[in-house]
Ligand binder design. Sequence first.
Ligand code: MOS
Length: 735
Amino acid sequence: MTDATVKMDAPFPASLLDSAPAPTVGTAQPRIDGPRKVSGTARYAAEHFPEGLAHGVLLRAPIGCGRITGVDAEAALAMPGVLALIRDERLIRNGGDFAGAAAPVQGVDEVAYFGQPIGVVVADSPERARAAALSVKVTYEAAPGVFDMEAARGTALPPTDDIYGLFLIHTEQGDVDRTAHEAAALVDAVWRTPSQSHAAMEPHASVAVWQDGRLTLHASYQSPVVTRDQLATVMGLQPSEVRILSPFVGGGFGGKLGVMPEAVAAAIAARHLGRPVKVVMTRQQVFETTGRRPMTHQRVRLAADAAGRLTVLQHETITDQLAGEVFFEPAGLATHLLYAGENRLVDHKVVRTNKLLGVSMRAPGEAIGQLALECAMDELAEALDLDPIELRLRNEPERHPELGIPFSSRALVDCLRHGADRFGWASRNRVPGGLRDGEWLVGHGMAAAARGNLFGPSRARVRIDAGGRVMVETEMTDIGTGTYTVLAQIAADLLGVPLARVEVRLGDTDDPASAGSGGSWGAATSGSAVYAACAELRARLAAAAGLPADTLTFADGMVTASGFRRPIAELVGDGLSVEGSVQPGESNSRFNQTSYGAHFCEVRVHAVTGELRVARWNSVFAAGRILNRQTATSQAIGGVVFGIGGALTEELVHDPRSGKVVNRDLGEYHVPVHADIPPIDVHFLEERDPVANPLLAKGVGELGVCGSGAAVANAVYNATGVRVRDFPITLDKVL
Ligand code: MOS
């Protein structure tokens, strides 16, 4: 039952957060879950050991396309401690994060990609299960698959579905061809980005326990309700017969949005054996058998008149995905709205390949789309002999350039100006390849950042007990982002209790459902649900006090008005409990809601070896109210590091004969390490978004990854005079 619902219909009245006398929201607060994490008492999925636990290891397809013709497990099953080899239609494949509650689509013998699960081997220890899985003999008939997206580009077709209407598959206005031919300056080139892995620190892990016909899964998922519904469909259960617990998640980045094979395998095996089963993926399995960011081939054509005004913006993306899947990488997302210009064309097409499922990865579309767009802007600025910031200033739109609707808030220009100041852009190197420091070539680059602000329905329960302690309960997760802390801050400020008096419980599908952690919407959506619950609690406390709610002040555990001062605990009786709910409303279609930023960096390239080093970094962001300066800064830094990885090192390499991922661990899939990253200066502008939600906040989590890779690439060009459009920019490409 929901006690208070807020619809996102702007404008919001003054946010109640602004009435807190000593606010914690907006300040830097360390994570309230930090002590549990560093002391090892925060228990992650794989750290559950229920009585009678058995261990499953996924058996995976050794071909990229074809049929399994035989599975000989005789020797494996005779090994000590081995309990079963289970092959089951339901095991085969997850439906991806945008598949709703859809069940897997393939048969157990049909293979669509290398590493696809074709069974699960269960034993009484993980080592025995692994040894047995390695002893299973699989025979097969390989079929010719499609493993090379570039070679198959001619087969590209539009995506089957504009997922939730979010991604604007194809938009077109004016005449891009004719205008491009008349332009004073033109850039027309192709940028390529490879498959990437989310590479979360914690691999996927599930522990399945059946009790009285109900399945409990200790697992690592970003949106446990979505995963619960998918798993229920796969298992032929009602959602109420499945409970997923994900109180701690060691990183997700989109790779833990949809149900993954380890969850299905654990559930099936536990039911089959009548005892709990744990399935933990190895890093290799995460790379081969979960999901990846699809690769892209992006043609960007930009044209401008002599005054530096964009006349053509064209961005055509070809990406790859398994047959039958709806998700596609929407690389043109930001191109719809970042700059003004009359003649526009944004398009997406998909080549169906036999490679690991493509799923959302941190800032799907925007992260790698802005890699191409913001590099193209740099090239255009050079063609016009214009400062790249000035080019952006001259093309700042007043409204959404395609839809004509207003922006809810847009501080891109301020981000560019502040960032330029903080970095010292005025004294940058102006001659590509012209600045040397000993054997190092030094270059400076910048790029803009934009990430759409999304909203999903969310619920949260807030209770005040008889002692005045506050408990927040929602199925929402904390994937490392700071959710525990941010939700506690909102409740603490709105109810006027110290932060230490607030407890937060997350990641249990038996609690009120949220929109989960994804798409940078987590803090604002679940925070708004907490806000709705707290606003209703204030009304109830006011009723108990016999005073109008707007005359009361909530602070220091006291409820105060003129001539009135009582501890909150005295007004709650045996306790109060309210469930708050937020729903998308008119504001979500009447305004474009986007967070913005600007990145500036210095790159050093060794003139002899080509070694690339990022030496200096400044980013400025505007994302509405910043709820927690510390956790938001950490998100922004993490995003920038993600962008640097995308620019310089990250690539899942597929064997062209089978699609198999050949770099199988973090020793070969290179994410930046501390030694690769300079101090990153992050600055948030003061901003309130008047229409996004009652917190007046926009998303932060994925903003840092947008544009940051382009700043690196532009700095590499500035250092070396070499434009690399084929990512990652490894040293062989600049020599
Ligand atoms: Mo994000 S890719 O929606 O977890």
